[in-house]
Design a protein around this ligand. Structure first.
Ligand code: NAD
Ligand code: 6OD
Length: 475
């Protein structure tokens, strides 16, 4: 790790707090430690953010904030390799992923919100009045205030900056808390913020776990005006209760149990390739990954054979984030192996080197389980996909939609009319047709049902992080 993990409060780095060991998921070895914020430190971070809100930051124009976001993006780019190494060390993810997805997307997050600010239009209305003089109504967008940003371990910098960038773009101040498992790139980001001359207190960073620790203290803090959270649905419920006590707005990106539908008119090779990506990218530890795949009966056998062969050939994948998460995934596999059929994987790969101490799980393809089986119903968040056949379009939709989650879905079909019939009928926030995880940062991103509240991306994030106010002037 390039520099020690520290908090960043009011423009100062702070190394204090009970140390929490950092474990390399690839080997299981302790490779560092991170300080856990005390309740007092969390309080100081919130107070620093509130003071900054009332300082010169309040007078910054949108153009000035946009240019600051570009400087932050420049700062990440100038230390690109350091960011990549830190992300890989914390998550165990392959360098090929961190250097092409995580860190470039963090840069893009800052740049895209800077660009969006420039094109953001204010609306105004002339309102007729009986005396003929009329009134002018216009909208002023104010920041929400002090925003808590709480993020998970799977895409640490990408998901943190996905919220921090629009929060700063709209003039808020931020107290961020990354996952206790992956704090390193957030700390590098704080260094970049300092180098980019982000005013003291505008961006603050505290480390530590969630329950009975920094995360909880932050979400319960009366000085926090809004909470932007990505993580498990259950954690979302807990945070919503804390925010509800003072009616603070929340933006939630939560768990999923994403379905894929493969119709018999699909390009099978494309569907297999796409599913290998959608099921096994980052070893399934992406909220958008496909865990349930429904394949139309005439092509089921051919598809299953090719997908299983592809899964067996995968190399260069990464480990699970922790021993606890690996055990959870293996628990699902043990039960699924007993109740259904394992077409590929199902166990732990052996390397004959130090990686045998790490938290690895083979890319796994299952079939033959009932729809109410835990491996088909619950989010696994690992390299596991279950295949089941269907006969009709209606049945496919019913299967896909019978989930408490509703984040994303993929549809593989060669019939353009079917694509436009099926995709909008899915109970999800994002449906991809003949592709997966193709992102345009201006589009709405988020889930329905237990997968989230609100939308991120483009104007949706700028809207969440600002309070529109109407001013009516009698002429
Ligand atoms: P998690 O909910 O355990 O933790 C996420 C963050 O919340 C961490 O920073 C954690 O310390 C904090 N936290 C935990 N308990 C808290 C509490 N009581 N109060 C305040 N903060 C608390 O999730 P995770 O294991 O880090 O991430 C995996 C989960 O995230 C999966 O369910 C995955 O689907 C979901 N996820 C969703 C999206 C999305 O965009 N929808 C993206 C990535 C991950
Ligand atoms: O691409 C994104 O914007 C995004 N929020 C991805 C989330 C992935 C979840 O693990």
């Amino acid at each position: 790790m390039s520099s020690p993990v520290r908090h960043y409060v009011g423009g100062r780095f702070d190394p204090t707090g009970e140390p929490l060991p950092l474990v390399d998921p690839a080997t299981g070895r302790v490779v560092g430690e991170a300080p856990q914020a005390s309740r007092d430190l969390v309080d100081r971070a919130v107070r620093a953010a509130r003071e900054a809100l009332a300082g010169p930051w309040a007078t910054w124009t949108a153009a000035r904030r946009a240019s600051l976001l570009h400087r932050i993006a420049d700062g990440i780019e100038s230390r690109f390799e350091e960011f990549v190494s830190a992300e890989c060390a914390d998550t165990g993810k392959p360098r090929a992923l961190a250097s092409t997805i995580d860190i470039p997307r963090a840069v893009a997050n800052f740049r895209s919100y800077a660009d969006l600010l420039a094109g953001r239009a204010e609306r105004s209305w002339h309102t007729a009045t009986e005396d003929g003089r009329g009134a002018l109504n216009y909208t002023v967008h104010k920041p929400l205030g002090v925003v808590a940003v709480i993020s998970p371990w799977n895409l640490p910098l990408l998901l943190l900056t996905w919220k921090v960038a629009p929060a700063l773009a709209t003039g808020n101040t931020v107290v961020a808390k990354p996952s206790e498992l992956t704090p390193a790139t957030a700390c590098l980001l704080a260094e970049v913020m300092a180098e980019a001359e982000v005013p003291d207190g505008v961006f603050n960073l505290v480390h530590g776990p969630g329950a009975d620790a920094a995360g909880q203290w932050l979400t319960e803090h009366p000085g926090v005006d809004a909470v932007a959270f990505t993580g498990e649905s259950r954690t979302g419920s807990t945070i919503m209760r804390a925010a509800a006590a003072r009616l603070a707005p929340v933006s939630f990106e939560l768990g999923g149990k994403n379905a894929g539908l493969v119709f018999d008119d699909a390009d099978l090779e494309q569907a297999v390739e796409g599913t290998l990506r959608s099921a096994f990218t980052h070893s399934g530890q992406v909220c958008l990954c496909t865990e349930r795949l429904y394949v139309q009966r005439p092509v089921f056998e051919a598809f299953a054979t090719r997908l299983a062969a592809g899964a067996k050939e995968l190399t260069g994948y990464g480990p699970m984030i922790s021993a606890a998460h690996r055990d959870k995934v293996l628990g699902h596999l043990e039960r699924a192996g007993a109740d259904g059929e394992v077409l590929a994987g199902g166990g732990v790969p052996r390397f004959g080197d130090e990686r045998d101490g790490g938290f690895w799980v083979e890319p796994t393809v299952l079939t033959g389980l009932p729809e109410d089986h835990p491996a088909v119903r619950d989010e696994i968040f690992g390299p596991v996909v279950h295949l089941a056949p269907f006969d009709t379009e209606e049945e496919a939709l019913a299967l896909a939609n019978a989930s408490p989650y509703g984040l994303a879905a993929t549809v593989w079909t060669g019939d353009v009319s079917r694509a436009h019939r099926v995709a909008p009928a899915l109970d999800v926030g994002i449906a991809w047709v003949n592709t997966w995880n193709l992102r345009d940062l201006r589009t709405p991103f988020g889930g329905v049902k237990a997968s989230g509240i609100g939308r991120e991306g483009g104007d949706h994030s700028l809207d969440f992080f600002s309070e529109p106010m109407n001013v009516c002037v009698k002429l």
